[in-house]
Design a binder for this molecule. Structure first.
Ligand SMILES: Cc1cc2nc3c(=O)[nH]c(=O)nc-3n(C[C@H](O)[C@H](O)[C@H](O)COP(=O)(O)OP(=O)(O)OC[C@H]3O[C@@H](n4cnc5c(N)ncnc54)[C@H](O)[C@@H]3O)c2cc1C
Length: 490
């Protein structure tokens, strides 16, 4: 019997797991995907939102504003790439400036610090590539960018080091509640594709699918629709030319199309916002990518297609009531929800996790551990600067003498060594797939998008996992990479 079962290993499930792993308890996290961070948490804008956008008084506003400083703090603790690059919301006509002032006022009502209106000249001083027709902007000093998969994976690793048991490729099929005289004497049977488990409490953090599981156990029905956001990604040459995240004024569909550098210095344009009937449909479409280009060109008229390296899409879990649903369920004691966590859910994740862990701890009288362990050290790194500095170079030479894999470059675009790839596989909740390697090391994420390094990564994965290379997948399930074998000779 587990004390707590968490369904979903996105940023929300992993953040809750990390916070609960501070307590003396048995804890399991189930995800139907082959890795943590295979859902919405891998495909979003990666913005640490300041909190001026959400309607005052909502969970979105509260958790965003509390989450913002915590993301910076957690990223530092966990060595996750994160930068306070500021956000700008651009107005392109004088008549739109009052809307900037209204956003500032809304942000102030939400308790956001560091909001101001800046002039056209100040916008162009900060961001010379912005459309010179800009009339002014909202400056949000606390806005930032973070690696969404870096954060999710680091939280999972830290939780695992502290005893959380991750069950991947394991779908939760149903939940049955067996009530007792009080919450501590009740239990749940969690039916999974790997058999049933029992739990004293269950936390539903299943993203776009949270409603179907929830509606089988609670009378308080929820409806989640998937709203797809599509993106273009441009290579690092371009990303380095921007500092801030550049929004346009929000529309009734959300925060609109942004232009932002990522923490890895690529640049992303997007997202669109469209309801899709299939909650697994993360395709990108020619029509929506064209819409991104047209809209982003207002922010950045110099936009050209020659630096585009890929496109991708993520699905927002939009709850009919339009707000996050967080905390104890209304009718099933011992069952907790983190549902409808669309944007700004990445920013809000730490605050959501702290609140939920406190609720569970209080309901079950959990006791904090004396021996909560620190996160595992970061992966061994390599950077070009090491080659230009004599001290760093001699340090690198020593490391290569100790482990020659440190000197074997596998991904030439992102400078990822064989040692990094092997370490990514050997870590707690380590990589098992090509995408798992990608999100932990950036191999496959550069200009060539895996054209050169994929065969070598597959060889290393097969060696480390002691499996046949043909069994490896891009991201689990049917996503086999090698589909046959060529006869050589005769
Ligand atoms: C286009 C877009 C842009 C965004 N931009 C931002 C941003 O810039 N800043 C920000 O703060 N937020 C942003 N967000 C929101 C943020 O990405 C989400 O709020 C966050 O990732 C949600 O995390 P999650 O853990 O709830 O969901 P997910 O990451 O989807 O995790 C849910 C997990 O549950 C698993 N699961 C589902 N059903 C089952 C089952 N039956 N059994 C087992 N496992 C199951 C799934 O496999 C999945 O891994 C954006 C979202 C989108 C879509």
């Amino acid at each position: 019997m587990f004390d707590v079962v968490i369904i979903g290993a996105g940023v929300i499930g992993c953040a809750i797991a990390r916070e609960l792993s501070r307590y003396q308890l048995s804890l399991a996290v189930f995800d139907q995907a082959s890795d943590v961070c295979e859902g919405t948490s891998k495909a979003n804008s990666g913005i640490v939102h300041a909190g001026y956008d959400a309607t005052p008084g909502t969970n979105k506003a509260r958790y965003n504003v509390r989450g913002n400083p915590l993301v910076y703090q957690w990223a530092q603790e966990l060595a996750v790439p994160c930068k306070n690059n500021t956000s700008l919301v651009l107005a392109f006509s004088e008549s739109d400036l009052p809307r900037i002032d209204a956003l500032i006022e809304r942000g102030q009502q939400n308790g956001v610090k560091g909001l101001s209106r800046i002039s056209r000249e100040e916008v162009l001083r900060r961001e010379p590539l912005v459309n010179p027709a800009v009339a002014g902007a909202l400056l949000a000093e606390t806005g930032g960018i973070v690696s969404p998969y870096g954060l999710t994976i680091a939280l999972a690793e830290h939780a695992a080091v502290n005893g959380a048991d991750f069950h991947l490729d394991c779908q939760v099929l149903s939940l049955v509640h067996h009530p007792g005289p009080d919450v501590r004497e009740a239990h749940f049977v969690v039916q999974t594709t790997q058999g049933p488990v029992q739990a004293r409490s269950v936390i539903n953090a299943a993203g776009v699918f949270a409603d179907s599981l929830h509606n089988r156990i609670s009378q308080d029905h929820l409806t989640i629709t998937a709203r797809r956001g599509e993106y273009y990604m441009l290579d690092k040459r371009i990303g380095a030319q921007f500092t801030a995240t550049l929004f346009q004024l929000p529309t009734n569909k959300g925060k609109g199309i942004l232009v932002t550098p990522t923490v890895e210095q690529t640049l992303i344009l997007g997202p669109t916002s469209d309801t899709v009937p299939d909650k697994t449909d993360t395709r990108t479409t020619a029509a929506k990518l064209e819409e991104i280009l047209t809209t982003a060109a207002l922010t950045w008229p110099g936009l050209r297609k020659d630096s585009f390296i890929t496109s991708f899409a993520g699905l927002r879990a939009h709850l009919a009531e339009g707000d996050f649903r967080i905390g104890r369920s209304l009718d099933v004691p011992g069952y907790y929800l983190a549902a409808g966590i669309e944007s700004p859910g990445l920013t809000a994740a730490p605050a959501i996790a702290i609140d939920l862990a406190e609720q569970v701890a209080s309901d079950f009288d959990l006791v904090l551990k004396q021996d909560f362990l620190p996160p595992p050290p970061p992966l061994p790194g390599f950077s070009l600067e090491q080659l230009g500095d004599p001290d760093l170079l001699s340090q690198l030479a020593t490391e290569i003498a100790r482990d020659p894999a440190m000197g074997r470059m596998v991904c030439r675009c992102e400078h990822v060594t064989e040692a990094q790839i092997r370490a990514a596989i050997r870590r707690p909740v380590g990589a098992r797939t090509l995408d798992g390697i990608k999100r932990r090391t950036r191999a496959n994420m550069g200009r060539c998008q895996g054209g050169f390094c994929t065969p070598r990564i597959l060889e290393i994965l097969a060696e480390e996992l002691d499996c046949d290379i043909s069994a490896l997948t891009k991201s689990g399930g049917q996503s086999r990479i090698l589909t046959g074998q060529l006869e050589v000779g005769g």
